[in-house]
Design a protein around this ligand. Structure first.
Ligand SMILES: Cc1ncc(COP(=O)(O)O)c(C=O)c1O
Length: 406
């Protein structure tokens, strides 16, 4: 991987003044110029609606839109019909939740299994549904090394379990869960499985067919793409079986005053004018990831993670909450410094050295509160980060440590 060459593609990494060290990648990745250009191309060259006109501009836009469906499907190794564009992962999970609800999939007393480490996006919808339909919500325990405990899942799953909704990788712990085993256990009880791949899609090769989960969600802004676009990948037979979530234009094949018929996949789930420029940006982001190679990304992140972890451990008053099994996680470190609150620490890192981190509950309050009720700081790395940047980060933390713990 040619790190210097890739860094040149990211405008924000090439500022002459007020340089930024971007360690907030688990929130949103940076965007390469190729992605920005693809978005501009849509507005400059064929800013028309898709699937609606037979004029040139609409046809051109529709061709790129269809190519995005195909190439993004190929990136995740699934069928074109199985990729549904959404606004983001949150929207994707809500789409599945409402689709299952509209299809009367759950009945009173059924169970949904999730976990304490979920992002609110993969927890609040299920909590809401469980209350509404009187379902039982169960939580898989974590092992000592902070993985979802497969043995515990075997204990708590029953014939009433209708859905297991879990993160492939937690956005706070960074741990890669034993997702294949979890899927096999869930399927042995005939439960559906939704995998929240928001943190795994930017870092790991995802093979939807091999993974064999029922639904997989991803969000483009964590994978070099724009905000406002993501996808849910669902098994074709399930997407055909379940009712849509949103109703209106493009998701129908025939409408009469008496009844409407749904469009074929994936359009059945894509009602209304889609985020066309976002889709173009997502397509280019996936092309860029393919060019760099997801395996190279994972290797580089691991090197940066291990380097940062070893250096951070040297800081006297640091508390690191994750990295229990560093060989099986992505580049995320959550920590605090004694004597200073997470929010203040994150602000100081930015103020002193331009290091961007995130602080607080990380949209995962239940797990973060087990560490610190006032939140933690998260540094998260991606393939354009360097060891030199880590050095600045660690040096700044040491300086802050001296300031607050004299
Ligand atoms: C694991 C996980 N799930 C879901 C989300 C929600 O993503 P979005 O805000 O793009 O919907 C995030 C974002 O941080 C995440 O990390």
């Amino acid at each position: 991987m040619n790190l210097e060459k890739h860094r040149k593609d990211f405008p924000i990494l090439n500022l002459k003044k007020n340089k930024i060290i971007y360690f907030d990648n688990a929130a949103s990745s940076l965007k390469p110029k190729q992605v920005i250009k693809a978005i501009n191309n849509y507005y400059n060259d064929y800013p028309a609606n898709v699937h609606r006109g037979i004029h040139r501009l609409s046809m051109q836009a529709s061709i790129v839109y269809e190519k995005a469906h195909e190439d993004i499907a190929s990136f995740f190794n699934c069928k074109k019909e199985e990729v549904i564009f959404t606004q983001n992962s949150t929207d994707a999970i809500n789409l599945i939740m409402y689709s299952l609800y509209n299809s009367n999939y759950f009945k009173k007393g059924d169970e949904i299994i999730t976990s304490i480490e979920e992002h609110h996006a993969n927890f609040v919808p299920w909590q809401f549904l469980a209350k509404k339909l009187k379902l039982k919500l169960k939580f898989i325990k974590l092992t000592k090394d902070q993985k979802l405990d497969v043995l515990d899942l075997k204990k708590i799953i029953t014939s009433k379990t209708k859905l297991v909704a879990i993160a492939h990788i937690s956005n706070t712990l960074g741990v890669i869960n034993l997702i294949s085993e979890i899927i096999k256990i869930a399927h042995s009880k005939k439960s559906l499985v939704l995998v929240d791949g928001s943190q795994s899609a930017p870092h790991l090769k995802i093979d939807f067919e091999r993974l064999d989960c029922d639904f997989f969600v991803a969000t483009a802004h964590k994978m070099l793409g724009p905000t406002g676009i993501g996808c849910v990948i669902g098994k074709e037979k399930l997407l055909n079986k379940f009712e849509p979530f949103r109703f209106g234009g493009d998701m129908i094949s025939n409408v009469t005053l008496k009844e409407s018929k749904w469009n074929s996949l994936p359009y059945k789930f894509e009602a209304g004018t889609p985020n066309i420029s976002g889709v173009f940006g997502f397509l280019e982001a996936v092309n860029y990831l393919k060019k760099v190679g997801v395996n190279n990304i994972y290797k580089h992140d691991k090197e940066i993670l291990k380097y940062a972890y070893e250096k951070l451990k040297e800081i006297k008053n640091i508390i690191i909450y994750n990295c229990k099994d560093i060989d099986n996680q992505i580049g995320i470190i959550i920590f605090n410094l004694k004597g200073i609150e997470a929010i203040e620490l994150s602000a100081l890192l930015d103020e002193i050295s331009g290091v961007a981190t995130r602080a607080g509950m990380h949209c995962a309050q239940p797990i973060i509160e087990t560490f610190d009720r006032k939140g933690v700081v998260r540094a998260s790395f991606y393939f354009y980060n360097t060891k030199k940047e880590v050095d600045v980060f660690v040096k700044t933390l040491k300086k802050i440590d001296l300031m607050v713990n004299k």
